[in-house]
Design a protein around this ligand. Sequence first.
Ligand code: NAP
Length: 248
Amino acid sequence: MAELSEQKVIVTGAARGIGRAIAEKFGRAGADVGLLDLEPDVLEETASALADETGANFTPLAADVTDPEAVESAFSDWRGEHDVIHTLVNNAGITKDGLMLRQKKSDWDAVLNVNLSGAYNCVQAALKPMMKERWGRIIMVSSVIGLQGNAGQTNYAASKAGLIGLTKSVARELAGRNITCNAVAPGFIRTKMTEQLPEEQQEEIREITPLERFGEPEEVADCILFLAGKNSAFITGEVIRIDGGLAM
Ligand code: NAP
């Protein structure tokens, strides 16, 4: 099932930003794509816009990734229509930045819940159908912050580092079933998440990035399609930086 044009793919956090770009690229490659995100109305709009733009099939799957029952129900709706899940992209993520000294426990919990437990919930829901198919691709959207840490982002860094441990363990457990699991670690990518940073900080980021710019969501999506396709069949447990050289 390596041909992207025959794949059934679920992307989380797909209503906007990097997730939307990933969904769009899969659609353009001919895949059927499930868009999982929080807001049903926004998802409907995104699905219909993406279908118009690409001519592909997009299914809105409204669920909060932190709620295992809602995730299971969304995946079960998907299986009712498409039977299989070939590729799962765990992209949903949030930030709640603040220095450790002043960090609220609720901000720690919220970020770990969405970024790490949310991915756990989705992997749990995808595993059985992938094992039955004896084929699967699981791709986590981590971050260079998970590799390097960052002052003011202890919760985010821990969640993204945790995703890398999850990736490598799932890769080891499921390799025998022909299921690969890899992570991408984007640097600073131009989305709503980074638009919130003050212009001064954005300029500093450009200065410390060897390629001297922010990345585009489509550049993350290209790497993810590679990891889902036939040319990456012997790659598992890997973390690929997409960061303009920032964390090398
Ligand atoms: P974004 O524009 O904020 O999009 C994130 C999407 O995830 C939103 O549609 C959001 O929905 C959804 N989401 C949030 N919580 C959710 C939940 N509990 N259940 C389901 N969906 C949820 O972010 P982005 O910049 O595209 O980032 C996407 C991923 O890349 C994240 O994991 C992020 O950590 C990672 N990343 C981003 C960068 C960057 O520079 N942008 C760098 C490295 C890694 P709502 O809009 O309704 O909240």
